[in-house]
Design a protein. Structure first.
Lengths: 114, 111
């Protein structure tokens, strides 16, 4: 089946540094990738939608300069959290739409900013 | 505004004790309703997609149904390995492919 590989699974970084999260579609081409953030006991909140070869679309309230999204190829989308702060600590998940069979999710990245 | 509400927030069952999870939605037009299972620290795993009222789908001990206002996920004779958070999400007609998620129901099945 369709697989989205997400790395890293866990990352701890110092406040003020940047962290890059990668999502790769392994056996299909993902022209679109959704990026979600999930806080403990909360639902998945859509942050932005990346489209291969064009600028990402950000949801209201999400800082585009802080959460940089790049979708340079049909198999790779990246999310960079710039100048991370403790309040950015969360679980970040990517997802690629797969039509009638649903959406394939990455395994998630637990970001802890200290 | 499109909304998805899941209940209960948490549910504890004994092994073999059947029950149902609810997902009610308010959308301008439903393109599809999705059920996912999420284990701690992992991404959601696809279970079902439902498209029209009256539709039902089954997979092992799980059965999903859909009406014009809500969906139910029925769990028959659950086992401890069914313990997880079950997420409901809707895709809105005429919009992008993005999903709107509910907060989920955390199911615990005790042996």
């Amino acid at each position: 089946g369709a697989v989205v590989s997400q790395h890293p699974s866990r990352v701890i970084c110092k406040s003020g540094t940047s962290v890059k999260i990668e999502c790769r579609s392994l056996d299909f081409q993902a022209t679109t990738m959704f990026w979600y953030r999930q806080f403990p006991k909360q639902s998945l909140m859509l942050m932005a939608t990346s489209n291969e070869g064009s600028k990402a679309t950000y949801e209201q309230g999400v800082e585009k300069d802080k959460f940089l999204i790049n979708h340079a190829s049909l198999t790779l989308s990246t999310l960079t959290v710039t100048s991370a702060h403790p309040e950015d600590s969360s679980f970040y998940i990517c997802s690629a739409p797969r039509g009638r069979v649903g959406y394939t999710f990455g395994s998630g990245t637990r970001l802890t900013v200290v | 505004e499109d909304q998805v509400t899941q209940s209960p927030e948490a549910l504890r069952l004994q092994e073999g004790e059947s029950s149902s999870l609810n997902c009610s939605y308010t959308v301008s037009g439903l393109r599809g309703l999705f059920w996912y299972r999420q284990d701690p620290g992992k991404g959601p795993e696809f279970l079902f997609t439902l498209y029209s009222a009256g539709e039902e789908k089954e997979k092992e001990r799980l059965k999903a149904t859909l009406t014009k206002k809500e969906s139910f996920l029925h769990i028959t004779a659950p086992k401890p390995e069914d313990s997880a958070t079950y997420l409901c999400a809707v895709q809105v007609r005429g919009g992008s492919e993005k999903l709107v998620f509910g907060k989920g129901t955390k199911l615990t099945v005790n042996p």
